[in-house]
Design a protein around this ligand. Structure first.
Ligand SMILES: Cc1cc2nc3c(=O)[nH]c(=O)nc-3n(C[C@H](O)[C@H](O)[C@H](O)COP(=O)(O)OP(=O)(O)OC[C@H]3O[C@@H](n4cnc5c(N)ncnc54)[C@H](O)[C@@H]3O)c2cc1C
Length: 407
């Protein structure tokens, strides 16, 4: 990706993060995918550089920058060849924390944010459920009040990085929706899921899951170095202080999630861009080197135009994503339209770039050693999650264009 359109700070972030990522080459990522092993080394390198706190407040040890800079960081990670999987391993610690930083009490922020920045606390985001899908308001996980805290029962699915997380952000129903607001009655918790999650020298995986939590890793199509899980909560006890925000925030969890979702759309859009550019870089190199019928295949318009089109679409997506992130950081009302449009367009542009990269490689595009088939598999996830392209189009149709609700 070119630096065009980036602020000076964003350029600095890009160059510094690019330098960290340069220690992790294609072979590293191929091995992580093959072995289904978490990229702990990248995580440690970015953590020691202070990058996990890129968008968290300076008073707690963060860099105090915005979602625009966090997005550039994730784009750069993905573009380095780490792809969506590499970015996702960091993403899990960026996005849910924007919720704690925005809505947590000062006591909660002091308890959580320093640990999230220095890597003692690692989070995951548990919203999706198997039976209710995108209809989040119907979710069935319940949190019931009990002496000194809450008892959580229910099931989540697709929770990423839970195998290495010490805590989960959990959305659960604490009361039925009210007559005035369908989205009321859901509450958000930041709960430790492991015993002694902060013990020095004990990694999350080494410490046992707390009573009432069980999980199972899901076998999936791509991004296999980052786990996705089914999670069961069975009378899982959570302390009073785990409810994010002051006590009045009980029942207002969906509002908080929505705030975080716009940030997540921007971050995922950046990751999609990075993945698309990674694929384009590989494809251009191959098109320059591969000689068939006496000339480099990049000299044929059928090949060259596909690559040019992929570049144009990625650059267009970049400007949409930058605008969405600016809108989020400036707290503009239009952020929803911008963030949804950016996520849609960047994911589609990335998919097209990855598909083009495989086709330009011919048969070798199908071979793992050329990396682009891995990128294509990862690109599919970005069209599905955290929100599908159909739901993004529904949002634009209804909330931006003013058309009737279609579902
Ligand atoms: C790799 C990966 C990582 C993930 N990580 C997390 C995570 O960390 N935490 C988390 O909580 N979740 C996570 N998810 C879950 C993800 O957010 C959901 O899969 C996604 O929101 C779609 O929900 P669903 O799978 O239940 O689809 P469904 O709701 O079952 O939808 C199925 C299909 O129907 C379409 N559809 C549904 N309703 C409508 C409608 N009204 N109009 C038009 N089309 C419609 C959808 O667009 C989709 O194509 C992850 C998923 C993946 C694949």
């Amino acid at each position: 990706m070119s630096d065009a359109g980036l602020s000076e700070t964003q350029r600095d972030v890009r160059h510094a993060v690019g330098a960290v990522c340069s220690a992790f080459g294609d072979d590293y990522w191929l091995a992580r995918e093959r072995e289904h092993s978490y990229p702990h080394e990248l995580y440690a390198a970015l953590q020691s550089g202070g990058w996990l706190g890129v968008a968290l407040p300076a008073q707690h040890g963060g860099a105090g920058l915005g979602i625009g800079e966090a997005m550039i960081m994730l784009e750069t990670i993905a573009e380095s060849g780490a792809g969506f999987a590499g970015a996702q391993s960091i993403h899990a610690n960026i996005y849910p924390n924007t919720i704690a930083a925005e809505f947590g009490t000062s006591k909660q922020q002091a308890a959580w944010l320093p640990g999230l920045i220095d890597g003692r606390i690692r989070s995951g985001f548990a919203v999706t459920e198997p039976t209710t899908g995108l209809e989040t308001l119907k979710l069935r996980t319940r949190a019931e009040r009990r002496e000194g805290g809450w008892l959580i029962n229910g099931q989540k699915i697709w929770t990423s990085s839970a195998q290495v997380a010490s805590h989960l952000v959990i959305l659960a129903r604490t009361a039925p929706p009210s007559d005035h607001s369908r989205s009321s009655g859901l509450s958000l918790f930041f709960a430790p899921i492991r015993d002694a999650p902060h013990a020095p020298g004990v990694s999350a995986q080494q410490s046992a899951l707390r009573k009432g939590v069980e999980m199972r890793r899901i076998e999936k199509m791509g991004g296999n170095c980052v786990d996705a899980n089914e999670i069961w909560f069975d009378d899982f006890e959570v302390e009073e202080s785990c409810l994010i925000g002051p006590a009045e925030n009980e029942g207002k969890g969906f509002k908080m999630v929505l705030h975080g979702m716009n940030a997540e759309r921007c971050l995922i859009a950046g990751e999609a861009l990075g993945l698309g550019y990674a694929a384009l870089i590989k494809a251009v190199k191959y098109a320059q080197e591969r000689v068939v019928f006496g000339k480099a295949i990049g000299g044929h318009q059928a090949i060259q135009h596909q690559l040019s089109r992929a570049f144009i679409e990625l650059e267009a997506a970049k400007h949409l994503v930058l605008a969405a992130a600016r809108s989020y950081d400036a707290r503009e009302a239009a952020v929803g339209a911008q963030a949804n449009a950016a996520k849609y367009f960047a994911a589609e542009a990335a998919w097209k770039a990855c598909e083009t990269a495989v086709l330009v490689h011919g048969g070798m595009g199908y071979a793992k050693e050329y990396h682009v088939e891995r990128y294509l598999r990862e690109a599919m996830a970005m069209r599905l999650a955290p929100i599908s392209k159909e739901m993004l189009l529904n949002y634009v149709g209804q909330s931006v264009l003013g058309l009737p609700k279609s579902y």
